[in-house]
Design a protein around this ligand. Structure first.
Ligand code: ZN
Length: 499
């Protein structure tokens, strides 16, 4: 048998008998084999590897070609932790069945609800024996699973509404459905359509409001940028990577027309070590912003923001409609985008800031908020020089808030959340569910003013000493013991003597 078998299986056959006889006995019994073949057979016998499979070079699991099952598993985990985009037309399959059977489509776009790293951890916890390293996992993630950057990607109403629409279509295509089921789905679809109506109309109102700006009437969009992390530079050590400090950025984009009737945009960004993105932060920045000489020429200021709780608050309403009219002889408007659809021009500007930050960090250390301020100011100046404009397109300032919190003043309006636009005329407050600026859409709303104690805690980025990050190791641990012992053993008077 050993002599007739193919060369690649000789050691396999030999391995069956190799432990029973000595090398000599085997030779005497008529086996012919080389030394290598004998050693291989011995090895196979000790591993109890008695198979006639073709020889394969041993590869560590992580280097082995990842099977399609692992890839499928990765996709399944990504899929279960993401939403399908409301902007993508997914195939006719129904999302509600996704819980039972996966209907992943490589042409659809999915937005991950949690970071990829966390999905990897879940997968690892469920399959502890699976040999899959994080970098390989990243490689296996298809490109159509994206991080949700824009707030619009995460609009629950749009996502659920699209699902309800598809379910209703499918239900109607089948003969056997209950009236109650149909009614429920129709109601859900109806709500979704109303949401879309307000979203679209309010976006149109926003565009109109920008088109209506003049040299004395401006539109101001305010938004928080995702925090920046300072403390890095061209050479990053492990230590300063973990000691990065966050910086808040609140941006104002001002749309207006210059004296020649040309539409212009200018940005004002406030950098702060304060991490509590509350109404007090916004109020402090609006104060600084309106005090800027550039804002002096406007008699009408139309604020726009998303419906985040720090913007949509009685506190901000009080500031805009009670306090600002006492400080400035201007007409103020407050407008809100429909929930989760506040994506606006500031997002694009924030992208520029992130790029400037990355570019600067690659060539210099940015340790303090003042460093960051200078970096941005230099970038803006370079841009002005490059574009040959007569003014800086972006101005930067710090917001530090030296004063302590005392009280919160609130202007409370009934059904506040339902309105998207507010204007104060004299002592009356008018509100509308759309920013049409058409008087028939506006109703007088009653309001109450409240004063409560401000018990909120201001959250700051933790302080750390930049120079202390990398403490030079003067002596090693063993030498340290020796040295300290030496100190102990030395007379105090001697130690007190100057070298
Ligand atoms: Zn939506």
């Amino acid at each position: 048998m050993h002599t007739t078998v193919g060369i690649k299986h000789k050691s396999n056959i030999l391995s069956l008998v190799v432990d029973l006889f000595t090398r000599k006995e085997l030779k005497q019994a008529g086996f012919t084999f080389s030394n290598t073949q004998y050693t291989t057979a011995k090895k196979k016998a000790s591993q109890e590897n008695f198979s006639l499979c073709d020889y394969q070079r041993h590869r560590p699991l992580s280097k082995a070609a990842t099977s399609t099952e692992v890839k499928a598993l990765v996709i399944k985990y990504l899929y279960n932790n993401s939403r399908d985009s409301c902007a993508t037309i997914v195939d006719s399959s129904l999302a509600n069945e996704a819980t039972t059977s996966m209907e992943y489509s490589s042409s659809a776009v999915y937005y991950l609800e949690i970071p990829k790293r966390d999905i990897y951890k879940k997968l690892q916890a469920d399959y502890p024996d699976l040999k899959l390293c994080l970098s390989k996992f990243y490689k296996l993630c298809p490109k159509n699973f994206k991080k949700a950057h824009k707030k619009t990607d995460m609009c629950q109403v749009c996502i659920a509404g699209k699902k309800a629409e598809r379910k209703l279509q499918l239900l109607l295509s089948r003969a056997n459905y209950t009236i109650a089921n149909r009614k429920q789905l129709e109601d859900a679809v109806h709500l979704y359509q109303q949401h879309i109506f307000f979203k679209n109309r309010q976006q149109q109102c926003y565009k109109n409001s920008i088109n209506r700006t003049t040299s004395s009437s401006c539109v101001v969009i305010m938004d928080f940028k995702e925090n920046l992390k300072i403390g890095g530079g061209p050479v990053e050590t492990g230590a300063n990577f973990y000691h990065k400090k966050q910086v808040s950025v609140l941006g104002f984009a001002v749309h207006y027309q210059d004296n020649t009737g040309t539409a212009c945009i200018r940005y004002f960004d406030y950098l702060s070590p304060i991490l509590s993105h509350d109404s007090l932060f916004i109020i402090g920045c609006i104060r600084k912003f309106l005090a800027h000489s550039f804002m002096a020429d406007f008699s009408q200021v139309c604020f726009w923001s998303d419906s985040g709780p720090h913007f949509r608050s009685g506190e901000l309403m009080h500031f805009i409609f009670e306090q600002l009219p006492q400080l400035y002889d201007k007409q103020f408007y407050m407008n809100y985008f429909v929930e989760y659809h506040g994506k606006n021009i500031v997002d694009g500007h924030f992208g520029v800031l992130s790029r400037w930050f990355k570019e600067a960090e690659a060539v210099q250390d940015i340790h303090t908020i003042e460093d960051l301020l200078r970096v941005f100011q230099n970038k803006a100046q370079a841009q002005q020089y490059h574009n040959k404009t007569s003014y800086l397109s972006t101005e930067f300032d710090l917001y530090l808030r030296p004063e302590a919190r005392t009280h919160i003043h609130k202007l409370r309006v009934e059904n506040f959340g339902s309105y998207l636009c507010f204007i104060r005329v004299g002592n009356k407050l008018f509100a509308s569910t759309l920013s049409t600026l058409n008087s028939i859409d506006y109703a007088k709303v009653s309001f109450k003013i409240q004063k409560v104690k401000d018990n909120r805690k201001t959250k700051y980025a933790p302080e750390y000493q930049v120079i202390d990050i990398d403490v030079p190791i003067v002596v090693g641990p063993q030498s340290k013991v020796t040295l300290l012992n030496r100190v102990k053993l030395t007379h105090a008077d001697t130690l007190a003597m100057k070298i």
